[in-house]
Design a protein around this ligand. Sequence first.
Ligand code: ZN
Length: 435
Amino acid sequence: MHYDLLIRNAHLHRQQELVDIAVKDGYFASIAQSDQGTINLAPTTSATREIDVGGRLVMPPFIDAHVHLDAVLTVGQPRYNTTGTLLEGIQIWSTRKASLSREDVKRRALEAIRWEVAQGTLHIRSHVDVCDPNLTALRALLELREEVRDICHLQLVAFPQDGIFSFPNGPQLMRRALELGCDLVGGIPHYEWTRDMGVEDVHYAFALAKEFNRDIDCHCDETDDPLSRFSEVMAADTLQQGWQGRVTASHCTAMHSYDNAYAFKLIGLLAQAQIHVVANPFDNVVLQGRFDSYPKRRGITRIKELVAGGVNVALGHDSIMDPWFPLGRGDMLAAAQLALLLCHLNGYEEINTVLDLITTNAAKALRIQDSYGIEEGKPADFLVLDAPNAFEALRLIPVRLHVFKAGREVAFTSPARSVLRRSGDNEEKTVTFHL
Ligand SMILES: [Zn+2]
């Protein structure tokens, strides 16, 4: 058998034995245990290209389940956020939003996508601010969604940044976004002027989702206010409308501040409704806890308890150099490391589950699991990390040596090399950062 590509001696997450992976016509054709460097697939196996990855970790692609591509790379425009707060970020964005153009949005979004793809993220769900009578950003990203299909799968959420009912013509703009081809319905219940309007925000998202047969992803309870309780409304609507598995609640940072009895009840309800929760560690940790003196809350949702309670949890990068989060380079592995630190997920077994948050769990949230994963017959989307396992990947944040989409190498990176010179020693020694 002649294959297009053979990956030898790959370590798959949570598998003991190394495997050899054969790719043909863009799909995983065969996966078999490595046998001292000799592929077990068939004695006459050959391939156009062969890579021996020497026991390195081979993963399905990373997934960014929540980002704002319309706002990326605008940091400092027209000015930097001096307080670092959510509110000042919203003020700066409202100014910057007025000068958006199709070219401007597409150029910045494409650059951020290039950063993400180079680091192994091949599926991105982006929220797009639709509180704009011209829907400029949405029209730009709908075009870009088609133009980047060779490197990335993009899902777009109609996101009412300034509220559905607290913004002029908010409901009409949401509807128009879906008519134009937006993939999902969003919402922002906690940001509406009143609690009642927040409940209506959720109900409206469900009504649109039913009418257009779309999934839902609302920004929900992104506040430290322990009385912000819209996740329960999303769960109730999900059960009543039969939308189980099709609904994501993003952020849910108020859950950090709920009393434990209510959090326990809510987590059970979210699990029953099969709601996906997406946490965004970069933004959550800098934007929440801003009204605290000391102690300061971390502000991220209860990832550990949600996972233990049977709720599917994924992660997003959320911001990449925008008014809310000035740093970032579009690396989901870095987001996963931060979640590990913030949520006490540093138990030895827990470290393995952290990689699920940016891979298999996120695939369920994006509902792409049927074509996702390193299995025979599925599209050959995968990456090779310069690390032997999940533990080392999350410790080192190593480069992604190779990134393949449908069997085609869409990105590669050479590892950096550090060399140490001792005094009086002419010998240069490489520093490996390994035990
Ligand atoms: Zn967001």
